[in-house]
Design a protein around this ligand. Structure first.
Ligand code: PLP
Length: 390
């Protein structure tokens, strides 16, 4: 059955759960999976408890509770000057479902989807579920910037959609306004829809996040996706949303209808409260994450790994080729025994060789810094004391 699921999705089962289980089994420090080990605002959690006790336990409206829709609308206007109405927002079971529903709702079998590689792993599975063909545009080490010529070259007359992700997991790249203008020019020039996954929108450090939908001519062809998970350190809640022009949102909602129909009744009002009242939470989180990024990156640099210091997200990337392992996967598989630490081999975010592109990520390893400071320090202490060579 597992092989069937793999064939259907085109990818192995998500590696993150496997690596987190490995961390528990081996008593390792988990710098692998991207979830914070501190929960989001207590008042927001209390609001969910109140909603549970207050009878918000039956199916909510399929497209979202009024509070959440209004809170997303207010958030988009307050932060980005985008003015929406309720027909232009749909609540989803996390950004993951929003991406799935956008692809299923907007792409026909045989269509091509241009997508940044390395990719968040659900993209590969969902493009395949939609019967579409992925056309990767690779962000290459060491800087992981967008190669605009490669983007232009990836578009054909079968391209239906560009699937973008900024701030980008796993590289931490935050696309600049200039890069986004290039994406916009391609999308407008070829009359493409863009689905943009912006779940790390508030977790940027030196560089400001620019939503693609704010560029001239882009709102009308863009579905913007976000979720409460990263912004409010509530990754287990799986409350997300997609916004954009009504006809594109209706297509997303049409597919969402047959995936989950509706999402987390008692959690939606709590997320609405978080969006309305907790800008200070994610502002403080971004500052704190920046310090933790610096702590982790400085420690990894001391270990003579080439480190890519990200401008956003939860993740730093290193090249571990200096340690003599066959590749990053072999390094990560050996890491719990060598050092009592778990990290993620970045090659799982690339198309496998022999297309050749797999080689791009072969020696890269992704480390999560959304962990408590003492956890990062302990991970670094273990790495310093270990012999990391093959
Ligand atoms: C780029 C990206 N998109 C989507 C998700 C998943 O978001 P959610 O938990 O809201 O489904 C993640 C989680 O790691 C992510 O990194």
């Amino acid at each position: 059955m597992r092989e069937h699921a793999q064939r259907l999705s085109g990818v192995e089962r998500t590696i993150f759960a496997e690596m987190s289980a490995l961390a528990v089994r081996t008593g390792s420090v988990n710098l692998g999976q991207g979830f914070p080990d501190e929960d989001g605002p207590p008042e927001v959690i209390e609001a969910a408890v109140a909603a549970l006790r207050g009878g918000r336990n039956q199916y909510p409206p399929g497209h979202g509770t009024p509070e959440l829709l209004d809170a997303v609308i207010a958030h988009q206007e307050r932060h980005y000057g985008l003015v929406l109405d309720r027909s232009q927002v749909v609540a989803t079971t996390g950004a993951t479902e929003a991406v799935a529903a956008a692809l299923l709702g907007l792409v026909d079998p045989g269509d091509e989807v241009v997508v940044l590689e390395p990719y968040y792993d659900s993209y590969v599975a969902m493009i395949q579920f939609a019967g579409a063909v992925r056309r990767p545009v690779t962000l290459r080490a060491p800087d992981f910037r967008l190669d605009v010529d490669a983007l232009k070259a990836a578009v054909t007359d079968r391209t239906r959609l560009i699937l973008l992700n900024t701030p980008h997991n796993p590289t931490g790249t935050v696309l600049t306004r200039t890069e986004l203008e290039a994406v916009a020019a391609v999308a407008i020039g070829h009359d493409l829809v863009v689905v943009t996954d912006e779940v790390y929108e508030h977790l940027t450090f030196e560089q400001e996040h620019v939503p693609l939908a704010t560029l001239p001519g882009m709102f009308e062809r863009t579905v913007t996706i976000s979720s409460a998970g990263k912004t409010f350190s509530l990754t287990g809640w799986k409350i997300g949303w997609a916004s954009g022009p009504a006809e594109l949102v209706a297509a997303v909602e049409g597919a969402k209808n047959w995936l989950s129909y509706s999402s987390g009744a008692p959690l939606q009002p709590a997320v609405a409260l978080a969006l309305d009242a907790h800008d200070a939470f994610h502002e403080a989180l971004a500052l704190d994450l920046r310090e933790r990024r610096d702590l982790l990156c400085a420690g990894l640099e001391e270990l003579e790994m080439r480190v890519h210091r990200p401008a956003g997200t939860y993740f730093a990337t290193t090249d571990v080729s200096a340690y003599g392992h066959r590749d990053g996967r072999a390094f990560c598989e050996a890491l719990p025994a060598m050092a009592g630490v778990v990290a993620i081999p970045s090659q799982v975010f690339y198309d496998p060789a022999p297309t050749g592109r797999g080689d791009e990520g072969r020696h890269l390893v992704r480390w999560a810094f959304c962990k408590r400071r003492d956890v990062i320090e302990e991970g670094l202490r273990r790495l310093r004391e270990a012999d990391l060579r093959a």
